[in-house]
Design a protein around this ligand. Structure first.
Ligand code: RET
Length: 354
C-alpha cells in the first residue's frame, strides 16, 4: 500500500466515523423504532393512506435525487468515452430488466426485491469500510454475512413481520404486468416466510458471533449495533414507512458520509472534471445543467417503463398503484446502479473506497 493509501486508512480510523450523517441515520431509525413500538403498544395504528404517502415522499423526493447524485459523483472525473459506455451498458441493463418483467413478472418482482437488498447490503458494507472500519471482518464468509444481514433486513425482515402488506404489494407489483399472476405461488408464501425467518436469524447470529470471536473491538461493536438496529427497525416499523424512510435516512445519509470520508483522496483525472470551470458560478451552472439533464433522462426512462407495462397502476387506486409502480421502476433503474456502478466499474465504482 502506498504512503497515500496508509494515510487514508489512518484518517478514516481516526475521525471519519464522527460524520454527522452517520449519527443522524442511527438516531432517525432509533427514534422511528421507539416511536412505532410505543404506538403499537398503545394500540394506535397509522392510517394506511398516510403510510403510502410517506413511502412515496421518501422514495420519490428524497431517494431518487440521491441516486442521481451518486452517478454524477462517480462519473464526474471519468473520461468521456468511459461515460458513454457507462450510459450505454446502463440502458441495456434497464432494457433487460424490463424485458424480464414483461416475460416473467414474478421473476421480475423477485429481482426487484433482490436489487433493494443488494443496494442496502453492498452499499452498507462499503460505508462501514470507509467510516468505522471492518477489521473484525477477516474472511469472505464474514463479509458475505455482513452484506446479507444489512441487505436482508430491508426485505426479509418485513416479509417475516409484515406478511400481509408484503403479500399485497408484491401482488400489485406483479399486477403491473399480469393481474393475479402471483396467486399460484401464494401456497408457498408461509414456507418462504419461515425460511426467511430461520435463514435471517441464523445469518444475524452468525455474523455478530463470528465478528466477536474474530477479534471483536470497536468496529465489531458498531457493526453489530447497526445490524441489530436495522433488524429491529424493519421488524417494528410498518413496511411502507420503514422502506420509504430507510433509503433517504439511512442509505443516502450514510453514502454522503462515505463520500465525504474518501473525498480528499484525489481519484480520476481532474482534466476530465465535468464541472471543472474557471469561476465558481460557471462550476455551479454546469453542475445545475448536468443535474437537470439527469432529471430529464430519468423521467424519460420512467415514461418508457410506464408505457411498456400493461397496467402501470396495477388496476388499483392511485396511491397503491403508484407505490407498486414506483417500487418496480426504482428497482429497474437501481439494478444497473449495482451492476454497472459497482460490480462492473472495478476501477472506481459508485461506492468507492480507496
Ligand atoms: C416487495 C415489497 C415492497 C418493495 C419495494 C422495493 C422493491 C423497493 C425497492 C427500492 C430500491 C431498489 C431503492 C433503491 O434506491 C414494498 C413496496 C416496500 C412493500 C412491501 C412489499
Amino acid at each position: 500500500m502506498s504512503a497515500i493509501g496508509l494515510g487514508a486508512v489512518r484518517r478514516r480510523l481516526v475521525y471519519s466515523d464522527a460524520h454527522p450523517s452517520l449519527g443522524l441515520s442511527r438516531a432517525a431509525l432509533f427514534v422511528l423504532l421507539v416511536g412505532f413500538a410505543a404506538t403499537t403498544a398503545a394500540g394506535v395504528t397509522i392510517p394506511f393512506r398516510a403510510q403510502m404517502v410517506v413511502y412515496l415522499v421518501g422514495m420519490v423526493a428524497l431517494n431518487l435525487p440521491h441516486g442521481g447524485y451518486e452517478h454524477f459523483e462517480n462519473l464526474r472525473r471519468r473520461r468521456p468515452s468511459f461515460r458513454w459506455r457507462y450510459v450505454a451498458v446502463y440502458l441495456a441493463v434497464v432494457a433487460g430488466f424490463v424485458a424480464l418483467l414483461l416475460a416473467a413478472p414474478v421473476a421480475g418482482v423477485a429481482l426487484a426485491i433482490g436489487v433493494a437488498m443488494a443496494k442496502g447490503g453492498l452499499g452498507g458494507l462499503k460505508v462501514l469500510e470507509a467510516t468505522s472500519g471492518t477489521e473484525h471482518l477477516e474472511t469472505r464468509t464474514q463479509r458475505f454475512l455482513a452484506i446479507a444481514v444489512r441487505g436482508g433486513a430491508v426485505m426479509l425482515v418485513p416479509l417475516v413481520f409484515h406478511p400481509d402488506t408484503f403479500h399485497t404489494f408484491s401482488s400489485l407489483m406483479v399486477g403491473l404486468v399480469e393481474s393475479g399472476a402471483l396467486e399460484p405461488y401464494a401456497a408457498h408464501f408461509e414456507t418462504t416466510r419461515m425460511l426467511a425467518a430461520g435463514g435471517y436469524g441464523l445469518a444475524l447470529a452468525a455474523h455478530v458471533g463470528l465478528g466477536y470471536v474474530r477479534g471483536g473491538g470497536r468496529s465489531w461493536l458498531i457493526d453489530a449495533g447497526e445490524s441489530l438496529l436495522l433488524a429491529a427497525y424493519f421488524a417494528v416499523v410498518p413496511v411502507l414507512v420503514a422502506v420509504g424512510l430507510y433509503f433517504p435516512f439511512w442509505y443516502s445519509a450514510r453514502q454522503v458520509a462515505r463520500t465525504v470520508t474518501v473525498d480528499d483522496d484525489a481519484v480520476g483525472d481532474a482534466e476530465w472534471d465535468i464541472v471543472g470551470g474557471a469561476s465558481a458560478s460557471r462550476v455551479a451552472l454546469r453542475a445545475w445543467a448536468i443535474l437537470v439533464a439527469g432529471a430529464f433522462a430519468t423521467f424519460a426512462v420512467l415514461g418508457a417503463v410506464y408505457w411498456a407495462v400493461p397496467n402501470p397502476l396495477a388496476n388499483a387506486g392511485i396511491l397503491p398503484g403508484a407505490v407498486a409502480f414506483w417500487s418496480v421502476f426504482i428497482s429497474v433503474i437501481a439494478l444497473p446502479h449495482v451492476v454497472v456502478g459497482s460490480v462492473l466499474d472495478t476501477e472506481r465504482g459508485i461506492w468507492y473506497v480507496p
